[in-house]
Unconditional design. Structure first.
Length: 382
C-alpha cells in the first residue's frame, strides 16, 4: 500500500478542519476509570488529545488501546496520523524517490502502521486524517502551489469527502474523476473503500477487481520495471466477500493473496475464520498455526488457536494456547474465562478459580452479566 501512503501525503497538509470531540477530558477520563480495560475508552481519550494537538499523549492512549486489542485498526491509524503531524520533515521525506537513510526506519514503521490498519479492518473510518487536510477555502491556493498535479486535483474532493465520512458524496466525486480519467487507479481504490463504507460490497469488489486486472496487464506487458503486486487487493476482496457471507469466493481470494505474498498472515487468519464458520476445526487450526508461524506473539491468534484446539477436543493443548495468549496480553479476558472453563472441566477447581478471578479483574463492562455469573460461581465454591 506504499503508493496510497504517498498519495495521502500529497493530498494533506497540517492545517485542516477541527475534529470535534464533544466530551471533556474529565468525562472521558471518568469513562476510562469506570472501564479501564476497554480499548475503546483508551482510544476515545487518545482521539480527544489528538483533536487538541496533543499528539504525543494521543499516541500514548492509542498504544494503550492496542495493548488491550492487538487488532484495533483505528488506533494504528491514529498513531500513523499523529506521526505525520508531529514531524513535517517525515512528510517531505516520504515524497522523495530515495528518502534520507535516517528516515527510512521511520518510513517503514509508518508504512506498517497503515498496512496494519487496513489489514485488521479494511473499512475503518479515516476521520482522524481530517486534521491533515487543507482548509476548504484554501483549496484553490493549495492547487496553485503545484503540490498537486491535475490528476490529484481531480481526486481531491472525493478524498476529502471520504476523510470527513461523507461516503456517498465521496463515491459521486470519485465516479466523476473516473469518468474523466478511466485508469485513475487511486480514485478507483478510494471509490472501492467508499462503496464498502456504504455496504455496497459488490461495488467495492468490482473496483478492486478492475485494479487487479490493470496491474496484471502491466505485469504481462512489462511496461513498468517493477512488478505490480495484487496480494493486498485480493485480500481486501476476500474481506468484502466475508461481509457478504460468500465464503467460497472469500477463500479463493485469500488463497490468491497468499500465493503472491506468503507473509500476509491475516489471510491465514481469515481462512481460519472461514473454516471455523464451516465447522472444519482441523483446517481452522492448521491455518491459525500458519498465521502464528509469521506472527508468533500475536495474542489474538494464540487465543483463536486455543478455541480451535478446544473444539477438536485437545484440552491440554488448548490450555497451553490460552496461557500463551495471556502471557502476551494480560488483558485477554476471554482467554482467562476459557481457561477457567477448561480447568473446571478437568476438575482442577483451584486453577479454575485463579483464571475466573483473572477474568473478573480484566473483563470490560459490557461483560457485566458474565462477570456476575462468574462471581456467583466463585462464591458457591467457597
Amino acid at each position: 500500500m506504499k503508493y496510497l501512503i504517498i498519495l495521502f501525503i500529497l493530498l494533506c497538509v497540517s492545517c485542516g478542519p477541527k475534529i470535534i470531540i464533544n466530551e471533556s477530558y474529565e468525562e472521558l477520563e471518568n469513562v476510562l476509570k469506570k472501564d479501564p480495560n476497554n480499548p475503546v475508552a483508551h482510544y476515545n481519550l487518545g482521539l480527544k488529545c489528538f483533536s487538541e494537538s496533543e499528539y504525543e499523549n494521543a499516541i500514548k492512549y492509542f498504544n494503550s488501546a492496542i495493548e488491550r486489542n492487538h487488532h484495533f485498526a483505528l488506533a494504528y491509524y491514529g498513531i500513523y496520523c499523529a506521526n505525520l503531524l508531529i514531524d513535517t520533515d517525515l512528510r517531505k521525506e516520504l515524497l522523495k524517490e530515495i528518502p534520507d537513510e535516517d528516515y527510512q526506519i521511520k518510513i517503514d514503521s509508518l508504512d506498517m502502521l497503515f498496512s496494519n490498519a487496513l489489514m485488521y479492518d479494511p473499512y475503518f473510518e479515516w476521520k482522524a486524517g481530517t486534521l491533515l487536510l487543507p482548509k476548504k477555502e484554501s483549496a484553490a491556493d493549495f492547487y496553485s502551489q503545484r503540490v498537486l498535479n491535475i490528476y490529484y486535483s481531480i481526486i481531491y474532493d472525493g478524498f476529502r469527502h471520504y476523510l470527513l465520512g461523507n461516503y456517498k458524496s465521496s463515491e459521486r466525486a470519485l465516479t466523476f474523476s473516473l469518468s474523466i480519467v478511466k485508469d485513475f487507479h487511486q480514485a478507483r481504490f478510494f471509490r472501492a473503500l467508499a462503496r464498502g463504507q456504504l455496504k455496497d460490497y459488490e461495488g467495492a469488489i468490482s473496483d478492486l477487481d478492475s485494479l487487479i486486472i490493470s496491474k496484471e496487464e502491466l505485469n504481462k506487458e512489462k511496461i513498468l520495471p517493477v512488478y505490480q503486486e495484487t496480494a493486498e487487493l485480493n485480500y481486501l476482496i476476500g474481506c468484502s466477500y466475508m461481509k457478504l457471507n460468500k465464503y467460497k469466493e472469500a477463500k479463493e481470494h485469500f488463497e490468491k493473496a497468499l500465493e503472491e505474498d506468503l507473509s500476509l498472515f491475516m489471510a491465514h487468519y481469515q481462512l481460519s475464520n472461514i473454516y471455523q464458520k464451516l465447522k472444519n476445526y482441523q483446517e481452522a487450526y492448521s491455518e491459525i498455526n500458519s498465521a502464528l508461524l509469521l506472527q508468533p506473539e500475536d495474542p489474538i491468534l494464540l487465543f483463536n488457536k486455543g478455541v480451535f484446539l478446544s473444539n477438536i477436543g485437545k484440552t491440554e493443548l488448548a490450555i497451553e494456547a490460552y496461557k500463551a495468549a495471556l502471557i502476551k496480553n494480560k488483558f485477554s479476558y476471554k482467554a482467562a474465562y476459557n481457561l477457567g472453563i477448561l480447568y473446571e472441566k478437568i476438575d482442577n477447581n483451584d486453577e479454575a478459580k485463579k483464571y475466573y478471578s483473572h477474568f473478573i479483574n480484566t473483563a470490560i463492562n459490557k461483560e457485566f452479566n458474565l462477570i456476575e455469573e462468574t462471581k456467583t460461581k466463585l462464591q458457591d465454591w467457597k
